[in-house]
Design a protein around this ligand. Structure first.
Ligand SMILES: Nc1ncnc2c1ncn2[C@@H]1O[C@H](COP(=O)(O)OP(=O)(O)OP(=O)(O)O)[C@@H](O)[C@H]1O
Length: 597
């Protein structure tokens, strides 16, 4: 019963032109981005009022002109009226030029600020947000939707204010001329409101679906373009084409539905306007003929022209309300990104002071990516400062996750990680991450030159430092060979080993006190690996180094080795200790050695 009541309430709420949420979103946009521009908005409003007054004056002059024609017949008066009407429309034209210029400047400024806030906010969000949100959705919010809002606020809303002002001013004049006739015409207004309410919910529903479809389409495009190698090798072009065709067809269907829902508004208002005209011609004609109402033929004609001047902007207002519904959905979607809050942030009083060469201790750490699949429960291990520690073990056993927890890409859910005596939650995130050089498994390469890709981790580095890092990582020759050529999106024009060497050069250039190497040399040939390893050894000398590797031959020199299995440390010791234990490690080592022999 309670559910029914709340559902009914939700439906009634959705049927409204503005739901509580819509009102909150509009207020948010007003307070955040428009209020500070209120003085300029007043200037625009002033100009818009001038435009409305022009129409009212035009009506008044038309009535005088008609009287001149019907009654006095003085040509000079008629010429004076014509000149005045022309001058009035000249003023309106000037306003029509200035209003959009000023309003676009204001709206684009407001949306620019909102977009920059969105970008700033996005940068604060947890890695987990990006791992669960399709990129298409993010691109859509920051790209299309922000653009749509800019156009809507800048042009359509200002036009609507102009139309509303015209309606109010001209209606006021018509009320003054004949309240009875005006009330007769006004019977259609409640009908217009009911019709707008009827289409409002439909438009909102379709716009929400259209948005989802657009997000899915963009994500699909992104996936297809990133995965083109797999698409081609597995001969899935036709399926990809079908998938994207289906998405475009869905978008087309929704666009047509949206236009159809919006298109009802104009003809409906036209019909109602016609009804009002008929009432005024009939009622007004009767009033003029009876002579008891102080209205003559010129008055009735001027009144009718006035009605046309009211109904034309009213049609536009109707259309505006239909578009407003769609834009309210867009505003809701854009604002929802601000409602995502980061869970990983600096705690009050976070410090940037800690001993980067101290031991790193995971003390009873528990962690899961999703509650139904716990990964670590009470994981305890120590990484000795200034030494090399290796973490090995089966795929999926949690090795990379440990590195993510150390750098606070994720927060532990139980237990504590300390560097020295300092829990990492009490450190400023920036300072903590600054202490790490990372060669990760998923190397991110930007579509820029190799030089810029290396420099990315330390933009202030000198040319000599970048060359030295590139030489040590064995990528300098390639850098010389293609000094100005970008490496393609996601480094698509490079081999896996070349990307890995760029990542190693970055780590060398960054020169941070703690080095994390996650399968850092797995894609290199033996000769290159030997050279790069020597460079990494030099880099790692005296620094805390954590090596994650599947190839156990890569970790035999480590000072300590942890062997992981399903989120637990199952063995630990030096290579010799572990070989002597003849356990999991020794078994894996023998198998791998056998494979190489
Ligand atoms: N971002 C994520 N969201 C949800 N689950 C994840 C995420 N990253 C990893 N996992 C899961 O957590 C577990 C541990 O993953 P992790 O990458 O730490 O393993 P690993 O030991 O480094 O594996 P590999 O040797 O294959 O690199 C795996 O079961 C994996 O599916």
């Amino acid at each position: 019963m309670a559910i029914n009541t709340s559902k009914q309430h939700g439906d009634t709420e959705n049927n409204k032109l503005f739901t509580v949420q819509d009102r909150a979103n509009i207020l948010w946009f007003w307070h955040g981005y428009l209020k500070k521009r209120a003085h300029w908005l007043l200037v625009v409003l002033g100009m818009i009022i001038v435009q409305g007054v022009v129409y009212q004056q035009f009506l008044s002059l038309t009535e005088s002109g008609l009287r001149v024609i019907f009654d006095s017949g003085v040509a000079r008066d008629l010429i004076r009226i014509c000149v005045l009407v022309f001058a009035l429309f000249g003023v309106r034209a000037l306003m029509s030029y200035l209003v959009p210029r000023l309003s676009i400047w204001l709206a684009s400024g407001a949306v620019l600020e909102m977009r920059q806030d969105l970008i700033r906010h996005l940068m604060t969000l947890d890695l987990a947000y990006f791992e669960r949100t399709p990129p298409g959705e993010i691109i859509m919010r920051l790209g299309n939707q922000a653009q749509d809002l800019s156009a809507f606020v800048g042009q359509q809303t200002v036009n609507a204010v102009r139309d509303l002002t015209t309606v109010v001013i001209v209606s006021g004049y018509l009320v003054y001329k004949s309240p009875t006739l005006f009330l007769t015409a006004a019977v259609v207004i409640p009908l217009i409101v009911v019709m707008l309410q009827f289409v409002s919910k439909r438009i909102k529903d379709i716009q929400a679906k259209a948005q989802n479809a657009m997000g899915a389409y963009m994500s699909g495009l992104e996936e297809m373009s990133n995965g083109m190698r797999t698409v081609k090798i597995s001969g899935q072009e036709a399926n990809e084409r079908k998938r994207l065709y289906a998405a475009t067809e869905e978008m087309r269907g929704l666009a047509i539905k949206l236009q159809s829902a919006q298109a009802i508004v104009m003809p409906a208002i036209d019909l109602m306007a016609a009804f009002a005209y008929v009432l005024v011609i009939g009622g007004g004609g009767y009033m003029a003929l009876s002579g008891d109402y102080g209205l003559d033929g010129a008055g009735i004609i001027a009144f009718l022209i006035g009605l046309v001047l009211v109904f034309d902007p009213m049609r536009m207002l109707g259309q505006f309300f239909a578009r407003l519904q769609a834009n309210l959905v867009i505003l809701r979607s854009v604002r929802s990104l601000f409602q995502e809050t980061p869970s990983i942030r600096d705690m009050p009083g976070a410090t940037d002071q800690f001993d980067t060469s101290a031991d790193i201790v995971c003390d009873g750490v528990s962690f899961h990516y999703s509650p139904d699949a716990p990964l670590f429960e009470n994981l305890t291990l120590t990484i000795r400062g200034g030494r090399t520690t290796a973490i090995v073990g089966a795929t999926g056993s949690g090795k990379t996750t440990i590195l993510s927890l150390l750098t606070r890409l994720y927060n532990v859910q139980g237990g504590q990680i300390r560097i020295g005596d300092v829990p990492i939650e009490t450190l400023q995130i920036k300072a903590l991450r600054h202490a790490f050089s990372v060669v990760a498994q998923d190397i991110v390469i930007f579509n820029n030159t190799i030089w810029e890709n290396i420099r990315y981790v330390r933009p202030e580095a000198s040319d000599a430092e970048i060359w030295a890092a590139a030489e040590a990582a064995e990528i300098a020759d390639l850098m010389r060979a293609r000094p100005k050529r970008a490496v393609g999106p996601k480094g698509g024009q490079l081999s896996g080993g070349q990307k890995q060497r760029i990542a190693i050069a970055r780590a060398i250039l960054r020169n941070a006190p703690i080095l994390l190497l996650d399968e850092a040399t797995s894609a290199l040939d033996q000769t290159t690996e030997d050279k790069v390893k020597r460079a990494l050894l030099r880099l790692g000398a005296g620094r805390t180094t954590i090596v994650v590797a599947h190839r156990l031959s890569a970790v035999t020199m480590a000072d300590w080795i942890y062997v992981m299995d399903a989120g637990c440390v199952v063995e630990q010791g030096t290579h010799h200790d572990l070989m002597a234990q003849k356990g999991l490690y020794a078994g894996m080592y023998q198998v791998q050695k056998g494979n190489y022999d």
